[in-house]
Design a protein around this ligand. Structure first.
Ligand SMILES: Nc1nc2c(c(=O)[nH]1)N[C@H]1C(S)=C(S)[C@@H](COP(=O)(O)O)O[C@H]1N2
Ligand SMILES: [Mo]
Length: 400
């Protein structure tokens, strides 16, 4: 028996019958939960795959390298070239589609927030705690994801670190939730009796259950149509009304000015320094242009979900490895002339160096790279996240 104080619910939303809609209940919540489970399954899978493909040297991570050491490289495949664009297109677009369904589901269970007494025992307390974690981590993941894709950084923490650990909390609390609720959801699909309202004294419905699901579905479709153009790129980018910088066919992630790249750094004195063991080799841009040139049409696919496909021309990374004195190199650390920022360097695995189309691009669409797109030279590798396409490359350190 709970203490006397807890037996009588306080007035307002804590009293049964306060919420009047008869369509709330296990059926609506169960169906919305099933839809969300499928969508969130895609978002979580592609999210962790993206993290594997990116493998940043996270601060506070065990793989953080000593100065000039290599961040951990993962041997993410290099073909098909659109692999990462597809992965991240799914992650960001399906992630957006989650929002209306999550809102509908939260509406469907809202009265439970005012359950009285608030906890009935230890098992109930653990379940409610896991739901609190699930709701807050879902909101956190969606809010930080959308903010990042919109180039809006209202938060002070590092996005990649926060979004990654947020995902772990989310998946763990989701697993607990699914295990606890699965029997109820299965019953929804088996037992049609549940369709009847649980209480008879509520108001007449103003919308059907199907109506709620269709309404959330229409919201999801609207978000999808307003964003997917930037994932596909090309002329479709213009249809992406919700996406930032949709007017540019060839978006710029960070301008040369924002990265602190001055004309003096990229002028006649520019040199690309290649290192392999004790060997140091330097190339001017003229020297690089005199090497065998390779041309390939490849996308840049940003973690933020946009992609753009262009025709690149430059020197194959395998050729540079040979010139550096490390033919068949197993890793390379690429460093930008840019002085600060986590994106100033990236590392590539042996297969990624060896891939036929991997290159240090000097030109795009037949013209010199523009300062914002990485002049004098930038990395372009197939199938990898945009973060590996380091701009304004100053040094490459090969490991045999
Ligand atoms: N030095 C440097 N290289 C960089 C970046 C950066 O901030 N600094 N951004 C990366 C990211 S996140 C992407 S998506 C691509 C974008 O290339 P673009 O600006 O030419 O479209 O460049 C990559 N190369
Ligand atoms: Mo990016």
């Amino acid at each position: 028996m709970p203490p006397k104080l807890l037996r009588q619910a306080p007035p307002g939303p804590f009293r049964e019958g306060f919420f009047r809609s008869p369509i709330r209940g296990p059926v609506l919540t169960g169906i919305l939960g099933t839809i969300l489970l499928v969508l969130v399954g895609i978002v979580a899978t592609t999210g962790f795959l993206s993290h594997i493909a990116y493998m940043p040297d996270l601060p506070g991570n065990a793989i953080v390298p000593a100065d000039r050491d290599f961040p951990f490289t993962f041997d993410w495949p290099t073909s098909p070239s659109w692999l990462y664009a597809l992965n991240q297109g799914l992650h960001t677009n399906v992630g957006l589609m989650v929002i209306p369904f999550l809102l509908a589901k939260l509406w469907s269970v809202f009265p439970k927030l005012f359950k009285w007494p608030p906890v009935t025992g230890p098992a109930d307390a653990i379940e409610r705690l896991s739901i609190a974690l699930l709701v807050s981590s879902s909101v956190f993941q969606l809010a930080t994801g959308v903010a990042n894709a919109q180039y809006w950084y209202p938060f002070k923490f590092n996005f990649v670190v926060a979004h990654y650990y947020g995902a772990i909390v989310f998946v763990a609390s989701l697993a607990i939730h699914v295990i606890i609720k699965m029997p109820m959801v299965l019953r929804v699909y088996k037992d049609r009796e549940w369709i009847k309202p649980i209480r008879q004294d509520l108001d007449e419905p103003t919308i059907s259950r199907r109506g709620v699901i269709a309404f959330a579905g229409a919201g999801a479709l609207t978000l999808l149509l307003g964003n997917v153009g930037q994932s596909i790129g090309g002329p479709l980018r213009k249809t992406a009304l919700f996406a930032p910088r949709r007017d540019s066919g060839f978006p710029v992630n960070k301008t040369a000015r924002a990265a602190g790249i001055t004309p003096a750094m990229t002028g006649p004195d520019y040199q690309l320094v290649l290192r392999a063991g004790d060997q140091v080799t330097a190339f001017t841009r003229e020297d690089l242009l005199a090497l065998p040139q390779h041309t390939a049409t490849l996308p840049i696919a940003c973690v933020e979900g946009w992609s753009t496909t262009q025709e690149w021309q430059g020197v194959k990374l395998s050729e540079l490895a040979r010139r550096a004195g490390a033919p068949g190199a197993s890793q390379v650390l690429v460093e930008s002339l840019q002085e600060g920022g986590v994106l100033r360097r990236a590392s590539l695995s042996g297969d990624q160096i060896a891939a036929d189309d991997s290159m240090l691009a000097l030109k795009v669409n037949g013209e010199d790279l523009s300062p914002d797109h990485g002049y004098p030279a930038r990395v372009i590798v197939p199938a990898l996240p945009g973060v590996h396409n380091t701009k304004w490359v100053g040094e490459m350190t090969f490991r045999a």
